[in-house]
Design a protein around this ligand. Structure first.
Ligand code: NAD
Ligand code: TYD
Length: 343
């Protein structure tokens, strides 16, 4: 098969490319990525020379460019990871989120229709379901939970999901959608919670916890997400949504304390700062459908995954040190400089 992976120079897309090249060496993989601030070509350095891999710098909103690539490569499957993905950035500047996440997805699907693709898979998020209250631990998101979004990011992802399902119903496009909980692992951009706290801890910088830090996220090791997506594109039913998550709910404050502990740093680095606007309280996935239909279960326990992740950031400092030495400094000053310290 020829598989186009969009957004493959980002966190999850790159891990998925490594997974594919290892697990399915018979497949040809084309990575299409615009290389925004979140895309990093050095992440793909180890696979660049493989004969069954090709990297193409392209914006998914560039209809002509995408059409030409399909003409050249005649892909069988498209897995769409390309997105603006950071909630805090979406609060600052929503428009690029609508452009890439919704318009870009529609361009890909139009071209998929034109070329009679075998499967278009949309990588989505549990954030499209909104949040759950902290005092109802019995509640979980299922695939039939109504979409109910909080941020411009989650709204743009929900808009894309609706469009993907509409292309299935209206045009019969063979699609699938997966909605995953928070991922962690190697190559995550250091503006997201876990890598940011690791980097700040190592530099003895304050650890900015939004509000009380009681918000709950359902963390999944990135390799387990990659395995789930691969099962869905090969064995999952067309026109279906699959939730992906491993019942691993943790409060932000507990994650940050654990990182301090693992790195031998004092919890006094923790600084409570002004909360995120519209901050979702709790995400929790019910993964029953993907388990019963496709036999998927997460394989990495959080204690092991977080240690592996911390080890990876310790061993790969040049990768993230390079990132946080550039434009990231301006981002950090802007996003954190004027946040009030709560105590
Ligand atoms: P990321 O921000 O690390 O990577 C996104 C990649 O997309 C980057 O390489 C970027 O250059 C590329 N990109 C952005 N705009 C583009 C455009 N217009 N054209 C082509 N490429 C473009 O994101 P991630 O964390 O790897 O997330 C990947 C996907 O998974 C996203 O769709 C996200 O919504 C979804 N998701 C992420 C998580 C998570 O915890 N990170 C959880 C569930 C779902
Ligand atoms: P994030 O990694 O941005 O993922 P998402 O918002 O998609 O869940 O944030 C995870 C949680 O950590 C979220 O509740 C916000 C919180 N958070 C902080 O407390 N401080 C930070 O500096 C960041 C980036 C996030």
């Amino acid at each position: 098969m020829t598989i186009i992976v969009t957004g493959g120079a980002g966190f999850i897309g790159s891990n998925y490319i490594f997974y594919l090249l290892e697990k399915h060496p018979e497949d040809r993989i084309i990575c299409l990525d615009k290389l925004t601030y979140a895309g990093n070509l050095s992440t793909l350095a180890s696979v660049m020379d493989k004969p069954n891999f090709r990297f193409v710098k392209l914006d998914i909103c560039d209809r002509e460019g995408v059409y030409q690539l399909f003409e050249d490569e005649k892909p069988d499957v498209v897995v769409n990871f390309a997105a603006e993905s950071h909630v805090d950035r979406s609060i600052e500047n929503p428009s690029i989120f609508l452009q890439t996440n919704i318009i870009g997805t529609s361009v890909l699907m139009d071209v998929c229709r034109e070329f009679g693709i075998g499967r278009f898979h949309q990588v989505s998020t549990d954030e499209v379901y909104g949040d759950l209250p902290l005092d109802r631990p019995d509640l979980f998101f299922t695939e039939t939970t109504p979409l109910h979004t909080s941020s411009p990011y989650s709204s743009s992802k929900a808009g894309a999901d609706l469009l993907v399902m509409a292309y299935h119903r209206t045009y019969g496009l063979p699609v699938s959608v997966s909605r995953c909980s928070n991922n962690y692992g190697a190559y995550q951009f250091p503006e997201k919670l876990i890598p940011l706290m690791i980097a700040n801890c190592l530099a003895d910088k304050p650890l900015p916890v939004y509000g009380e830090g009681l918000n709950v996220r359902d963390w999944l090791f990135v390799d387990d997400h990659c395995k789930a997506i691969d099962l869905v594109i090969r064995k999952g039913r067309e026109g279906e949504v699959y939730n992906i998550g491993g019942h691993n709910e943790m409060r932000n404050i507990d994650i940050v304390k654990l990182i301090c502990h693992e790195l031998g740093k004092s919890e006094s680095l923790i600084t409570h700062v002004t909360d995120r606007k519209g901050h979702d309280m709790r995400y929790a996935i019910d993964p029953t459908k993907i388990h019963t239909e496709l036999g998927w279960l997460p394989e990495t326990k959080f204690e092991d995954g977080i240690r592996k992740t911390i080890r990876w950031y310790l061993d790969n400092k040049p990768w993230w040190a390079e990132i946080i030495s550039g434009e990231y400094q301006n981002y950090y000053a802007k996003m954190y400089g004027d946040r009030e310290h709560l105590r």
